[in-house]
Design a protein around this ligand. Sequence first.
Ligand code: MTE
Length: 342
Amino acid sequence: MNWKNATAARNGLTVTPKEIFLDRRKFVSALGLGAVGVAAASTPALAAAQAPARVPVEVPFSRPDTFPAKLNSKFSKVPSTIPAGQTPREIAAQHNNFYEFLPGRGGPVWKHVEDFEVEPWQVKIVGECNKPTTFDLDDVFAFAHEERIYHFRCVERWAMTVPWSGFPLAKLLNKVEPTSKAKFVRFTTANRPKQMPGIEAASHYNWPYVEGLRMDEAMNELAMVATGIYGEPLLKQHGSPLRIVVPWKYGFKNPKSIVKIELLEKEPSTFWQVQPHEYGFLSNINPNIPHPRWSQAESYWLHNQERFDTPIYNGYGDFVAGLYPDEPTTPQKPLKAGQVAR
Ligand code: MTE
């Protein structure tokens, strides 16, 4: 994963990507911060540089019966340990991690998603369950949808607060009646080299992108199947038509554009876990466990690079701390090369 921005931010350097810089006035006004910190455009050239960039927010299909979904009042705010504020929609849509389109770094994924077909779509659920089922989009949208405001933290240290729409993952899994042997869940995401240019461009990766959760994590009330963001269907760059959101884990544990879900007896291996020098299966957000190449003590907002302390479990400890009796709560030593973090 790209850690250049993270390192630059840690060293106090300016790391504003061009698209975000060009849209700076827009997100400052969306945040209600007025013109604080934004130089007035004093020359035509400067005025042109500050003009808003093209806003990449093309919604791939319409579901007027579902969106906007009703806000769940229990999740109308992020935890108190996270600074207040919502990330502007255009900012969240302009800087994405989706290696199937843009491998090797987070960035303007939206520029590469045009050929990706997200309708029709099927997701099959198989494995340790009584009723293996294939769901099409009508089946997915038949679940009662709600909106939740969650804070989200990428392992590269950028963070955002966004409104997701969707439904609890537990509701989807319960439909197929997991057996008592189901201890883990593996998510497999779309693998379409003709539509996803990053797959062939980065053929050294072990495609498809797969992620996993323990069953008790998957059934936790925070874990969501997201089909929407900002009151509309997910944009392609966010993982249309459906993805997982687990806000207490690093962003890479939130797989996008899912086609298969397996209920398993044994822990599956995942896309990142098999890479040297990355985190392991658990990957809870924890400032006490440095990444092998950088500290996780601080996070920074995607929209303005301001830093803040990273709370353990991204602030969601009330919901999940009980799942992890062994989670380190004091700072751990940086890992040596070759050692895998939890
Ligand atoms: N899912 C797939 N299929 N492929 C990916 O490369 N990247 C992950 C996650 N899900 C990824 C993925 C990472 S590293 C992050 S931080 C989040 O998606 C980013 O979600 P966002 O781009 O919608 O903000």
